[in-house]
Design a protein around this ligand. Structure first.
Ligand code: F0G
Length: 361
């Protein structure tokens, strides 16, 4: 127990606001692995690491922001919280709320959230409502509900969420000894790119109380799915589409902050197609040994795409945050590259048949 990771609020207490620390609600989030990915280094000519956020308690990066948001709500004596979600936020909110003894209402787009995430929200006792609309409609409704009723909004427009999620940047710098050259990640509602930028800037800035930990900040490379790429298009997308349902968002709440993160860091926000996302998903699972959900592969698809265009500096140190676990949305693993269904080979329970099927003769 002496060496147990204590969750991000305890670990980064000196860099988080006091009001999230009065009544801490934690499931031990953060402290996720930074895994080198030689296959991606080879493909891009850079040195690539993966920040594996699927290793958080509910299987996504959302837990970093949910521990702070729910702790702050608990400190204020809140009884109920609400969120709109493409799935992961609802899974995380449901877990932390039930831990805090609060009611949790979640609004999700009808039929467009992955089964793993749906089951998590239900298992943790959330009041789950499938809304006839997309994520953007859900968020408008959730905001209005929180304005007019005694429930707190725990989407990433809540600044306590950003405070928690910035700790992902701290952990990357702590692991590498300095900031990487480039940080790549998927962009949906744009809270995470905002949070990471804040974390990298804070770690590179000395204050009266705290020293600078990093000598620089990384270029932020954000990637949207091609059918849901409002920031790339320069206008909201009214009917966003992508197989990466987690980032199926047409009007990101933190749009301006994402553009600021891009511009102030000398970064880019680009789009990747569903085909590129699935190809990256396959490389991650079959070669890097890291199973992620499709949205999480967007950052990897992005650096591969930029490398193909000669836009990855040779030898650059790149961290790609892979945001959610593959078990959230496992159906994509059961398809071959040509789209056909993968059916396991059936054999008898004898060594001869098994060796035969394995080609061991
Ligand atoms: N990756 C995953 C797995 C996500 O679930 C999300 C967002 C993102 C990336 C994008 O992060 O919104 O901060 O730009 N999921 C939200 C949800 C919208 O409701 O779970 P973002």
């Amino acid at each position: 127990m002496a060496h147990q990771w204590r969750g991000i609020i305890a670990e980064y207490a000196d860099r988080l606001p006091a009001h999230v620390q009065e009544k801490i609600v934690s499931l031990g989030e953060g402290g996720t692995p930074l895994v080198e990915a030689p296959v991606l280094s080879e493909l891009t000519g850079a040195q690539v690491f993966l920040k594996v956020e699927g290793m958080n308690p509910t299987g996504s990066f959302k837990d970093r922001g949910m521990t702070t948001a729910i702790s702050a709500a608990a400190g204020r004596g809140a009884q109920a919280v609400v969120c709109a979600s493409t799935g992961n936020t609802s899974a995380s909110a449901a877990a932390y709320a039930t831990r805090a003894g609060m009611l949790c209402a979640v609004l999700v787009p009808d039929g467009k959230i992955a089964m793993g995430k749906l089951s998590q929200a239900i298992a943790h006792g959330a009041r789950l409502l499938q809304v006839d609309g997309n994520f953007d409609d859900c968020l408008i409704a959730a905001r209005k509900l929180a304005e007019t009723h005694p429930v707190e909004l725990v989407n990433s427009v809540n600044p306590d969420r950003i405070e928690g999620q910035k700790t992902g940047a701290f952990e990357i710098v702590d692991a590498l000894g300095d900031a990487p050259d480039i940080h790549a990640l998927p962009v949906g509602n744009a809270g995470n790119i905002t949070a990471y930028r804040k974390g990298f800037v804070e770690y590179a800035t000395a204050t009266a109380d705290l020293p600078a930990v990093a000598s620089r900040t990384p270029a932020m490379w954000g990637f949207q799915a091609a059918g849901s790429a409002p920031i790339v298009a320069g206008h909201p997308i009214t009917e966003p589409e992508t197989i990466a349902t987690a980032i199926r968002i047409g009007n990101p709440a933190s749009w301006q902050q994402a553009e600021a993160a891009r511009d102030e860091s000398g970064g880019v926000i680009e789009s990747v197609t569903d085909e590129q996302i699935l190809a990256a998903h396959r490389i991650l699972s079959s070669q890097a040994g890291v199973f992620v959900e499709p949205a999480s592969a967007a950052g990897v698809a992005g650096i591969i795409s930029r490398a193909e265009r000669g836009l990855v500096p040779a030898g650059a140190r790149i961290v790609v945050t892979v945001t959610g676990h593959g078990l959230k949305d496992p159906q994509w693993a059961l398809r071959a590259a040509d789209g056909s269904e993968v059916v396991p080979t059936r054999v008898g329970a004898d060594v001869v048949s098994i060796a035969d099927a394995l080609g061991l003769g």
